[in-house]
Design a protein around this ligand. Sequence first.
Ligand code: AMP
Ligand code: MG
Length: 424
Amino acid sequence: MSSVAEVAAQLQGYDPQALSVAGVNEFLLRLVHSIDAPQQLPLFEALGRVLADDVISPINVPPHDNSAMDGFALRGSELRPGAPLQLSRVGTALAGVAWRGTVGPGECVKIMTGAVMPDGLDTVVPQELVKRLAQDDLRIEVPANLLKLGDNRRRLGEDLRCGEVALKKGAHLGPAALGLVASLGLATVQVQRRLKVAYFSTGDEILSLGEPLREGAVYDSNRYTLFGLLSRLGCEVVDLGVVRDQPALLEAAFIDAASHCDAIITSGGVSVGEADFTKAMMKKLGDVAFWKIAMRPGRPMAVGRIGQALLFGLPGNPVAVMVTFLAFVRPALLRLMGSSALLPPLLKAYSLEPLRKKPGRTEYQRGTVSTTADGSLRVKTTGNQGSGVLSSMVQANGLIVLHHAQGDVATGEPVDVMMFDGAI
Ligand code: AMP
Ligand code: MG
């Protein structure tokens, strides 16, 4: 485990007073390493977890050649170009029971989707494409030039071969992955334990819900957005409430969280002009860097460790909390939980309006992305882009990412967008 100073020393041109977004992510990549705490879980409990080991297929999937259609199984070698093929039906193969008869030349077997291909047969003609020549399909004709050998047959092991890696360590177990593991006949999987993440809000002006509104105060929204973001990420959350700006209270909250959590997230109290004790307490108890990041919204942020726990001191503004979470905390926590997927892919969308942008910082504007008639994406900003305006996040379905070196954007120009997908 490297200290903050050791990580900083590894980075070229590290300047805590003017760190780029890329610089932050590079720092975090070096600071944060995966936990290694595997546990074996039944599949139904493993949704959203990260695999702690490769899943190796113990069987072939599918386990036998089978039909992809309802139809008639035949020998592909009997097909002749330009000529129809007449066949006599000698049996019926149903799904779930292998048909054990023998099939001679000029013969076929009626077959259902998923049924095992009878010995010697390798091709299936879909039932709706044959000409029926006798009652009960005892004699059929396959039209000329319709099929080639192997058509409509699923091969043994075409999804997965016995011994092959079905899923890699670090993969997220989403619905498709759960189904894939089940298709291998495996009832349990080896996954990393869930992360436990504590959070609290700081600031004497922050009111808990239920307190009467008073002049100069605002209700705490950050604990709720953090609760949602962390829960969506599959973390176990520990809510430490609003902590008043008193050293003893802050110290107790940090020590409590550090003693039993993998990470601690605070909001507020890390900007330069702060009169309060949050920064001082982080400095006293932990190994922490205080940054000014070239970004908007966001800017001030503290990162490091208190004891074994990772610490993220996020800015107080509600939109800045969400944006810094998505840009930095989420990828760092994914890495901590052992995931191999970190940042979501960026998509290109055409801006429906001009966007003002100063080169030299990364800007995250809230946007609504929609699809045009020709299938391309377009994006429009949502309302007031102030860093305290949460309604802009509610209306948005993604963030417009205006990169560090980028300048103004004209109407119709493409911009990168990061969709919220399941994160928000
Ligand atoms: P700070 O980073 O402490 O300077 O806070 C920046 C702004 O965010 C101030 O207007 C705070 O009142 C506001 N703020 C800080 N914490 C919260 C919170 N938990 N909920 C809502 N607003 C907050
Ligand atoms: Mg404050």
